[in-house]
Design a protein around this ligand. Sequence first.
Ligand code: ZN
Length: 146
Amino acid sequence: MFFRRAREDRAFREAQRAGHELLLQLQATQPWRDLTEPAAPAAEESAMSDLPPPELRVPSRPEVAGLMMRWEQPLVIDGEVRTCPECGVYRDWIVFCMRDDSVWLRCRAGHQVQEPQLDAAWYNRNSGPVDHWHPTLEEGLRHLGH
Ligand SMILES: [Zn+2]
């Protein structure tokens, strides 16, 4: 009777230990439920709705694809007048300063060429303050008379 009871107890304890180890393994291998549930987007949305509508906002620099200005006189760089490689005109440019600080010239006929000798610093020295915000390139060109 004594031995049998002891054997039963040992079997029970071993089963209990095996179950406990199995539980530990599950906890170790399964990702925590809290981390896998998607975060509620409510906070972000309410923050967005606090902003004024887009047409009332001055765009921050990262939202702007580029800056543009009209350059009617001949553009002289290092003593050379820039001409359009496509049609040869040398005045009445639209000058773009893009987000990557590259500067592009666009002639009246719509040919565009990058001007590697000019950069954002040059553009900022030669352009006035940004006074208009155009949602599209076409509207910006129209505003500048192109
Ligand atoms: Zn051209």
